[in-house]
Design a protein around this ligand. Structure first.
Ligand SMILES: [Ca+2]
Length: 230
């Protein structure tokens, strides 16, 4: 409970939500996965459009794994593993990348989502993987809303030598079926219009049952090797 409160407070203090006609941006600065006991990982649910429906979930442990998986049929951009493998590493997009319906066509990237966590960072005794290992980048997001498909991005940074994530914020385009540029944010003039609502709807889940997700992801990765990046 103390941990939950502390992260929410940090988010409230560090965060700011800005809006324009087309882009809703939320700025944050908190670390996910910087706990060791009693929980072995932290979970974070992201509701981009604040409609009460979780769009994506993040998990991060201190030193083993960080991942993302979509809720419902939402997807994110990955660099797919060679066939016949399924899935791949979540792509760390550079600022300026255009995230839209064409992002997965004729490019190295591909829209993907599954009920398993896809790898942001994986650290095993035998290898490491993940494009966010010691790296800051944008995750390209595609999610469904009652009025159509929307695009957005998540700004995260893998902390040095660990699977902890610094979550720096996210944004989405309010117009359905309209792309968004990674890192693009609106002018801050309309700041604070969404501040209270934005953070009130955040939910940060922490599993009390030790390391269920961590156990799954590490074991799954060990069993499958690089065959399935989960
Ligand atoms: Ca939502």
């Amino acid at each position: 409970m103390i941990r939950w409160l502390s992260i929410v407070c940090v988010a409230l203090l560090a965060g700011a939500a800005t809006s324009s006609a087309d882009i809703i941006h939320t700025s944050t600065n908190f670390i996910l996965g910087d706990v060791w006991l009693p929980e072995f990982e932290e979970l974070f649910d992201l509701d981009l459009d604040l409609d009460g429906s979780i769009d994506f979930s993040l998990v991060a442990s201190p030193n083993h794994f960080a991942g993302i998986h979509p809720e419902i049929q939402n997807t994110y951009l990955i660099h797919p593993s060679p066939p016949p493998n399924i899935g791949g590493r979540v792509t760390a997009l550079n600022i300026g990348y255009i995230i839209d319906s064409n992002s997965g066509s004729g490019t190295p990237e591909e829209w993907f989502g599954s009920s398993n966590y896809s790898t942001l960072i994986r650290i095993l005794s035998t290898d490491t993987a993940g494009e966010f290992l010691d790296h800051r980048g944008f995750v390209g997001l595609e999610f469904e809303s009652p009025n159509g498909t929307h695009y957005g991005w998540l700004d995260i940074e893998g902390l040095s030598g660990s699977s902890q994530l610094r979550v720096r914020g996210w944004a989405y385009e309010t117009e359905p079926n309209t792309g968004i540029v990674a890192g693009a944010i609106p002018e801050p003039s309309s700041l604070a219009l969404l501040l209270a609502g934005a953070f009130g709807i955040w939910t940060l889940r922490k599993k009390k049952t030790a390391n269920k997700a961590l156990h799954f992801t590490v074991n799954n990765a060990q069993k499958k090797g690089s065959a399935d990046e989960i």
